[in-house]
Design a protein around this ligand. Structure first.
Ligand code: GLU
Length: 406
């Protein structure tokens, strides 16, 4: 894969500079994560004194609920600073199993659960399933790290475009056309980052049939499961056709405003959990015990904080989408879930150029749609997990940039 050529200053943050022979081919060919790299860039610009309205990282602006913080502090005070079992504390695995049984209708017992950061759960699932040259299908536009995780595992990324016709859809016929003898895994994501679209139960039944007929494993990324506005979340792993072959990942980051805690879970059959646990033992070892105690308090503490944050995200969505649609050249569907406005900007420029111009001239940081795949070209992602004031100011700055650069 040769580096794409772009002269702008975002280049070094989003795309990798020319390869160095000092490093492995594997890591040299890997592009940085656009979301994380842009988050770093914004922090750097702010350290240097430039005020940026940042809507790059998908990170709730709320503080973690107090009862979670208190439980963590109490664990630290009690000296919970040692290793835990690599698969996670039994009380937390039990609580996660209970939660996914009741919420997601997954048939989970503690032996079906391993505690780890959600991002690592996806990576380790891919590592555990993929041999050199195996193909992994995932949505385009889709989260920036699916492709790189497949590359790192020696697999071949197969992004399958979604189509946008009054909302993004992943067509079964397009997925079927992409399946070959080497297809090993299909990664699905509902609600979707970056589009906010949902894979509903009927669509999941189609995917499950396809996976069964072609003997493909499914990794279901459900990290935004609690952030759905109006519709109900459904987990593909609860379908009889998919239950044996699905690895479900989710966690605390987005639902409980716990991005910095790095805690989540994987649900799978016990053999998969054992394989992933080997990876955990040779890499992370375990998650900190005090973090697991905080997470447990989150699960035991009821859902009022989730509901409150969700109400606020919904209000922000309902405020920002009309503001964006008022701007010339911009069009944006109402996302059904997550907290991203994925909008089209039809001004003849690439999404990277638009992101760069907006950062330079309007001091508004957005993620270019091309970072999420070829089908994301022409779009920009604005995270509305930001304050209403910042969202309003961001929309105004974009509008004024657009009108002065026609
Ligand atoms: N998933 C979030 C995002 O897309 C956080 C950053 C990341 O892990 O990519 O912005």
């Amino acid at each position: 894969m040769s580096p794409r050529v772009h002269p702008g200053f975002l280049y070094e943050f989003i795309l990798h500079p020319a390869g160095e022979i000092l490093f492995s081919k594997r890591i040299t060919e890997l592009e940085p994560s656009a979301t994380i790299a842009l988050g770093n860039l914004v922090k750097k610009l702010e350290r240097e004194g430039t005020k940026i309205l940042s809507f790059t990282l998908g990170e709730p602006d709320f503080t973690t609920p107090t009862h979670i913080i208190e439980a963590t502090k109490a664990a630290l005070d009690k000296g919970d600073t040692h290793y835990t079992p690599s698969e996670g504390n039994m009380d937390l695995r039990q609580a996660v199993a209970e939660r996914v049984r009741s919420r997601n209708s997954l048939k989970a017992q503690p032996e079906n659960v391993i505690i780890l950061p959600t991002k690592l759960a996806i990576y380790m699932a891919v590592q555990a399933l993929v041999d050199d040259g195996d193909e992994v299908i995932f949505p385009d536009p889709g989260w920036v790290s699916y492709g790189p995780m497949v590359q790192l595992s020696g697999g071949r990324p197969v992004p399958v475009p979604m189509v946008n016709m009054d909302g993004w859809k992943w067509e079964l016929s397009d997925i079927e056309a992409a399946i070959t003898k080497r297809t090993k895994v299909l990664i699905m994501n509902t609600p979707s980052n970056p589009t906010g679209s949902i894979v509903d139960r009927k669509e999941q039944e189609g995917l499950a049939r396809l996976a069964r007929d072609h003997d493909i494993r499914i990794i279901s990324d459900e990290i935004y499961e609690n952030l759905i506005y109006g519709e109900t979340h459904h987990s593909i792993g609860s379908l009889p056709a998919a239950e044996d072959r699905t690895i479900t990942v989710s966690g605390f980051s987005k639902s409980y405003a716990m991005t910095g805690w790095r805690v989540g879970w994987m649900i799978a059959d016990p053999d998969t959990i054992k394989m992933v646990n080997k990876l955990q033992q040779h890499t992370l070892t375990c998650l900190p015990g005090f973090v697991q105690k905080g997470a447990l308090a989150g699960l035991k503490g009821g859902d009022s904080s989730i509901e409150e944050m969700k109400r606020e995200f919904r209000a922000r969505r309902d405020m920002i989408i009309p503001l964006l649609n008022e701007i010339d050249t911009i069009s944006c569907e109402v996302p059904k879930g997550a907290f991203y406005a994925f909008f089209r900007m039809d001004n003849g420029k690439s999404s990277l150029e638009n992101a760069e111009l907006l950062l330079k001239h309007a001091h508004v940081a957005l993620t270019p749609g091309s970072a999420f795949g070829k089908a994301g070209e022409g779009y920009l992602r604005m995270s509305y997990a930001a304050s209403r004031e910042d969202l309003e100011a961001g929309a105004a700055a974009i509008a004024s940039h657009v009108s002065s650069h026609q």
